[in-house]
Design a protein around this ligand. Structure first.
Ligand SMILES: *Cc1c(COP(=O)(O)O)cnc(C)c1O
Length: 246
């Protein structure tokens, strides 16, 4: 048995090592420490930023160590996967808050409202209208974020920056949705800071307090630019199969 020296490569560690739970907990602590450092550097309080631990593709046994370590806010990108994984975990940890961070098809709204506590991916008018209708029917009113396509990428979902003001007005006014703030996923090949700054500007212009931005590789930058929610998967749970790396 030799001495194992852990370097900054925790992001790339694979959870197939001898003790997945200890690596998840260690990774979680590293992310929390990096978030605290970024908050301190930006002159922001630690509790100004919520860690949304993105557990997509990782099964309940891989998620439980994070729950046991006290993490309570999680993100999933698929309704069906979350429906299968979370009811049992919620029975054990009733104060869990689950965020939907992936695309929502209107035919999945019913199960999504049962499974999630926050919808971060309201990205089009049709969805906003259908959500408002179903929330009223079920009398279950979840807070939402509006997803903004800051890079105007044709393949990516989201409201174009120039349409955000009108969309916020529609959601809050006519539809009566509780809009917490804005969310974005910057283009992979561009400087994320530009997109985070744009999202922060749009939120300020529209009187919105919360900003969901920043992932494993750039959450410190996002915190410097005002993120209130960072969505971190790989840096906590290890790598995912490439097909699910969206
Ligand atoms: C998967 C995913 C994340 C987490 O990405 P990592 O790079 O693994 O931290 C964040 N946001 C969204 C919308 C995602 O789909």
């Amino acid at each position: 048995m030799g001495i194992v020296i852990l370097t900054g490569a925790a992001m790339n560690s694979h959870p197939s090592s001898s003790s997945p739970s200890s690596s998840v907990v260690k990774n979680l602590q590293t992310v929390q420490a990096e978030m605290a450092a970024a908050c301190a550097q930006a002159g922001r309080k630690n509790d100004a930023v919520t860690l949304v631990a993105v557990s997509k593709t990782h099964d309940a046994e891989q998620v439980r160590p994070a729950l046991l370590a006290g993490q309570r806010v999680f993100g999933e990108n698929r309704v069906q996967e979350a429906e299968g994984k979370w009811p049992a975990l919620r029975a054990e940890f009733p104060d869990v808050k689950l965020h939907l961070i992936g695309p929502l098809q209107t035919n999945k709204i019913k199960p999504a409202l049962k499974t999630f506590d926050v919808i971060e991916s309201v990205d089009r008018e049709k969805l906003a209208r259908a959500l408002a209708k179903e929330m009223a029917a079920e009398n279950r009113h979840l807070p939402v974020f509006i997803q903004v396509n800051t890079g105007l990428e044709p393949q990516k979902a989201g409201i174009a920056p120039q349409d955000v003001a009108a969309f916020v007005t529609l959601c809050k006014g006519e539809l009566g949705l509780e809009v917490l703030g804005l969310m974005c996923i910057p283009p992979v090949d561009e400087e994320p800071a530009l997109h985070f700054a744009l999202l922060a500007k749009l939120a300020a212009e529209n009187g919105l307090k919360f900003l969901s931005m920043g992932m494993s590789s750039d959450f410190a930058t996002a915190i410097a630019l005002g993120a209130t929610h960072v969505r971190v998967g790989t840096a906590i749970f290890g790598s995912r199969p490439p097909v699910d790396s969206n």
